[in-house]
Design a protein around this ligand. Structure first.
Ligand code: HEM
Length: 671
């Protein structure tokens, strides 16, 4: 693998994102003489450096930021700074500048002060907390099986346990998958994809490269049911980007994921993850995000260079706050477009109601309402359907109240749990492989979803945005509980590669993350660790257990990600017990560690109770009516399929937010 090329790609990528950070500085492997030792850890008693370190674009006039160590979450120590000075771009890549938290302010774009007790947590570069400590092989290599041998081929596991085909779900619409994948892209970055889709080939000559430590290719059995005729024996894959890669940590510490998205449900896709980026996408008047008209569609400026999938005639690539993630997959760019427009719709309405408000006040208020809607729809409309409403109520994920829910816990550090972001890949199971296009209730055509990767320019083709939008609330999602995935996702999810299997990759990411065996999570989640194969019958059907027992040497070798894919659903929910347990932990963490979660009160920037109760009036159907291209009729529960209980109604009949609750009486007095 050509490391300089890799670094170049990431530096270019970051500069075109107009972020101030080159993402991919060389890791310790590029500095053979620099083998960091325990001195990287903040020594006890070192009070840290609080003088200003110049980090461009992060400061607001007159405020002196404190420089935090991104990984350790503490003000940076002198020793640590000396160490980072020796790593190329170390101070930029491994630190977070935090302006003093201010009791009066609201949510910051850069995620700092999300919990003032841990001010740098919630910013980009926040490490992903884990439910259980990582287990790697020596030098952070992939963990072997208990007897020291390599774990079975992820592709073999996938083809043995899960089939492929097109089966429709009875409940969910494709819109649910769009919203869910956008929620994932809101809190981690997927830049590591470029490592193996553009930069490196770990399957040169069809042979898995086992020498390069960044390569984790998936071997394909000779008799693979689909790839055998083409003679493909290897699926290209590289490891995820870690603090070790960028030089912040030595390899002697467990490999931890490095991500430059704020790990929160904060619409970073729309607003960006840094203050600089947010300033670049603002119109600086009327509280608006910069926009232009593409035909009769309001869209962001469209000259981002990241849409590598655009065809020659597709010229738009939208300048969102996070213009790599937000242009990545169709579900993500449609959803981001709706919430981009929702911001401007809110800002215009607020400006009418409160003519004395200036740009900043309008922008921040529209942003606050928009994020509150985003969180409300995720927590109250989508999650209860997946986890089960009764379960979600019992666990304190949602509440039946018309008041505040003050469950902010200052002892919880903001972040997204590693097991959550890897585990929820299981929802690939309900992603249709082909997206249907509809116009005026008539089916027009379908397009393979992976062919729309990094291709938001497609939306501007004729009526494509309108047709994909209508298609997604009419088209059923793929079936949830059938152990079958769409061929488009498991045979060639990455069109640039000859073959790629999203679920086999999901299994590999569990290994890449160093997750302990499934049995450890069974214990963590209150199930009995399995001693025999039969002990697994409480969560996995006997025929699947039988297949597992043929592939793994012992029950202790069964992996978390594989088990998540084959566990039976718990009552009232659309997922098995372990993923349920993981999701509950993460959803509680998000709401409890985030001072600005929309239901929290008791601080100056909080929504008032009447405002909060307006947020509770909205729905994804309302968001589409207001912002979807040419949406006039929609079913009220739009995450669900249309049917006798959920027939489309005119948009006028779908309730929404009354912005009068944001009326500022002082504007009238001033008049
Ligand atoms: C057009 C449909 C989709 C495609 C083509 C797609 C493809 C991919 C690919 C290629 C990856 C990265 C593989 C790797 O690790 O190297 C990925 C990651 C992921 N996908 Fe999907 N996906 C789709 C829909 C969904 C949906 C509906 C969800 C629902 C939650 C989802 C959740 C995730 C998550 C959570 C990750 C991991 C994110 C991370 O670790 O950074 N995806 N997907």
């Amino acid at each position: 693998m050509n490391n300089s090329f890799l670094i170049l790609i990431f530096v270019v990528l970051c500069s075109v994102r107009a972020q101030e950070l080159p993402l991919f500085g060389p890791g310790p492997e590029l500095f053979p003489g620099l083998i960091p030792g325990p001195e990287v850890l903040p020594p006890e008693g070192d009070k840290g450096v609080t003088e200003q370190v110049p980090i461009t674009g992060k400061t607001v006039e007159g405020e002196v930021p404190v420089i935090y160590d991104a990984y350790f979450g503490k003000p940076i120590t002198l020793k640590r700074r000396n160490f980072l000075d020796n790593v190329l771009n170390g101070t930029i890549l491994c630190t977070v500048a935090v302006r003093p938290c201010n009791k009066k302010e609201g949510r910051r774009v850069d995620g700092t002060c999300t919990n003032p007790k841990y001010p740098s947590r919630g910013a980009e570069k926040t490490p992903l907390p884990r439910l259980l400590p990582a287990q790697y092989g020596p030098g952070n290599t992939l963990r072997p099986a208990r007897d020291g041998s390599e774990l079975p081929s992820a592709r073999f596991l996938r083809t043995s346990l899960l089939g492929d085909g097109y089966f429709r779900d009875h409940h969910f619409s494709t819109l649910a998958t769009h919203f869910q994948v956008a929620s994932a892209a809101d809190n981690v970055d997927l830049l590591y994809l470029l490592r193996y889709t553009i930069v490196s080939d770990c399957c040169l000559g069809n042979t898995p490269n086992r020498v390069n430590p960044l390569c984790i290719p998936i071997s394909v059995p000779e008799d693979d049911p689909f790839l055998q005729p083409a003679g493909i024996r290897c699926l290209n894959l590289t490891r995820i980007i870690t603090y070790q890669d960028v030089g912040c940590l030595p390899n002697s510490l467990p490999a931890e994921r490095y991500s430059i998205a704020t790990p929160l449900l904060d619409l970073g896709l729309v607003y960006g993850n840094t203050e600089l980026r947010s300033r670049l996408v603002r119109a600086n008047q009327g509280g608006l995000l910069a926009f232009r008209m593409e035909g009769d569609r309001e869209v962001p400026n469209g000259n981002s260079p990241l849409c590598l999938g655009n065809s020659a005639n597709e010229t738009s690539c939208y300048n969102y706050g996070d213009d790599y993630q937000a242009n990545l997959l169709p579900g993500i760019y449609l959803t981001t477009m709706w919430f981009f427009r929702e911001h401007n719709r809110l800002a215009r309405r607020l400006a009418k109601i409160n003519p004395c408000w200036g740009d900043e006040k309008l922008f921040q208020t529209a942003r606050q309402i928009n994020i509150a809607e985003w969180q409300y729809i995720f927590y109250y409309e989508l999650m209860p359907e997946i986890l089960g409403r009764k379960n979600a109520l019992e666990k304190g994920i949602i509440y039946e109240t018309d008041g505040y829910v003050n469950d902010f816990d200052p002892h919880q550090e903001p972040g997204v749990i590693r097991e959550y972001i890897v585990g929820t890949r299981w929802f690939h199971t309900y992603q249709p492989g082909r997206l249907d296009m509809y116009s005026k209730k008539q089916y027009q055509s379908s397009i393979s979803a992976p062919l729309l990767t990094l291709r938001s320019g497609y939306l501007a083709n004729n009526d494509s945005e309108a047709q994909l939008t209508e298609g997604c609330y009419i088209q059923p999602a793929d079936k949830f509980d059938d152990y079958v995935l769409a061929p488009d996702l498991v045979q060639r999810v990455i069109p640039r590669l000859r073959a790629s299997d999203v679920s086999a990759t999901d299994f590999m990411r569990g290994r890449d993350a160093g997750f302990p065996p499934y049995n450890h999570y069974r214990k963590f989640c209150g199930l009995k660790p399995a001693k025999t194969w039969e002990d697994l019958h409480d969560t996995i059907d006997p025929d699947k257990v039988e297949i597992l027992s043929r592939i793994y040497d012992e029950v202790e070798d069964v992996e978390l990600m594989v088990a998540i894919y084959v566990e039976r659903f718990i009552p009232g929910a659309f997922l098995g017990p372990t993923l349920y347990c993981i999701m509950v932990h993460n959803l509680l963490l998000w709401r409890q560690s985030d001072k600005f979660f929309f239901e929290h009160g008791g601080f100056p920037a909080a929504l008032t109770i009447p405002q909060l109760n307006q947020i509770r009036q909205t729905s994804i159907a309302r968001v589409l009516c207001d912002n979807g291209d040419d949406v006039k009729h929609i079913q009220p529960a739009a995450f669900f399929r249309q049917g006798p209980w959920n027939t489309p109604v005119p948009c006028q009949e779908i309730k929404g937010i009354n912005l009068d609750k944001w009326r500022d009486r002082s504007c009238t007095r001033r008049k």
